[in-house]
Design a protein around this ligand. Structure first.
Ligand SMILES: [Zn+2]
Ligand SMILES: [Zn+2]
Length: 374
């Protein structure tokens, strides 16, 4: 008998470029609809249920999916099993269904997950640095709290000599055979999590957890140019993996303190330079203190308040690149608020000589808008 098999994508009702989430969602919907518990005695539903499980198991396996995409069903023949498909064969069952219909229990989803190698959690570490350290780069000694495998029990959680005993539930086999509706399933033993042994005497050092809280000292290099929000990733320095899985990563999240004089915008530094009215009119060389030592700022003759002078290459170092931004000096012309008698006399003389600004130009600026006010 040659039964024509339906296309796996068609079975799940997804497009050919569906991602894992899409597959999972589609499969979940179908499996819940056609689950034997909801359709007792309905052979067609049971077939559909198995068909969806098979499609899902092939398409979520990158290698099998690639083979299927190239060669169709011929490419994955045997992979799905000729004599019917065993849904318990794939790991994610418990993840998808959780405890709906008691699936987690049926397939030992929960305990299987505990047993599987898992990557450790990522850890975030917040580090505040000064503006100067941001400009120059630095190394920092940090202490990161993390869980380490207990040395006394090597992560087993039991006293080294006689802490473990054979699991009474599975008699050391690590799995139990279950019968439910049409399925006969071997599932991981719940009591021992598949290890075949249970803890009789918990480890003294970790109280049976297998892990102990420690503090890890790290010396980290912070490159110049980081900004508030910059994340430095230290691979493998996060929480340890479970069941032989890899460690997570450590993310050092930077925040930079404000500086009383300098402000940063992207790669440029900005500061204000107060000068007096004579310096603005006549021009002046003014010394300022920068992260590169004292620098002379040339204020040109006739400088207006708000004008700026740019010192090239004295700004923020570019992160992960070469060169630096600029230092932009914003000139702030200070008008004296209090005058001595002598200064007042001089300003009065000056005032008589200076043109009335509102009437200068081709046509005074108020001249232009006068019509609006009458
Ligand atoms: Zn221990
Ligand atoms: Zn057991």
């Amino acid at each position: 008998m040659n039964v024509t098999k339906r296309d796996y994508y068609e079975v799940l009702g997804v497009s050919r470029d569906a991602d894992e989430q899409g597959l999972k969602g589609a499969y979940r919907k179908l499996a819940l609809k056609y689950h034997p518990d909801r359709n007792p005695g309905d052979g067609a539903a049971e077939e559909k249920f198995k068909e969806a499980a098979e499609a899902y198991s092939i398409l979520t396996d990158p290698q099998k999916r690639a083979a299927y995409d190239r060669f169709g069903h011929a490419g994955v023949q045997g992979a799905a099993g000729q004599g019917g498909f065993d849904p318990s064969a794939f790991q994610d069952f418990g993840d998808i269904f959780g405890d709906l219909f008691g699936f987690g229990d049926l397939f030992g989803g929960g305990s299987k997950r505990r047993n599987r190698a898992q990557r450790g959690d990522d850890v975030r570490y917040d580090l505040q640095i000064t503006f100067e350290d941001m400009m120059r780069g630095m190394t920092a000694d940090i202490k990161v709290p993390r869980m380490d495998q207990c040395r006394r029990c090597h992560g087993k959680g039991a006293e080294p000599e006689d802490g473990l005993t054979t699991c009474p539930m599975c008699h050391g086999r690590g799995e139990v055979v279950y019968q439910q509706s049409f399925l006969s399933v071997r599932r991981t033993c719940n009591q021992c999590g598949g290890r075949g042994q249970i803890i009789r005497r918990p480890c003294q050092d970790c109280r049976g957890e297998g892990y102990v809280r420690t503090e890890r000292k790290l010396n980290i290099k912070i490159p110049p140019g980081v900004d508030t929000g910059t994340q430095l990733r230290l691979a493998n320095e996060g929480q340890p993996g479970v069941n032989g899985g890899p460690n997570g990563d450590l993310y050092v999240v930077i925040s930079v303190k404000e500086h009383p004089v300098y402000e940063r915008h992207e790669e440029n530094l900005h500061c204000r330079l107060p000068i007096n009215i004579a310096q603005a009119a006549l021009g002046a060389d003014v010394q300022i203190y920068t992260f590169d030592g004292p620098q002379m700022v040339k204020v040109p003759e006739g400088t207006q308040s708000g004008n700026s002078v740019r010192l090239r290459g004295l700004g923020v170092p570019r992160l992960n690149s070469h060169g630096r931004g600029d230092l932009v000096v914003h000139v702030d012309v200070k008008i004296p608020s209090k005058l001595t008698r002598e200064q007042r006399k001089l300003f009065e003389q000056l005032g008589e000589m200076l043109p009335n600004e509102s009437e200068t130009g081709e046509k005074g600026i108020f001249e232009k808008v006068k019509d609006y006010f009458v």
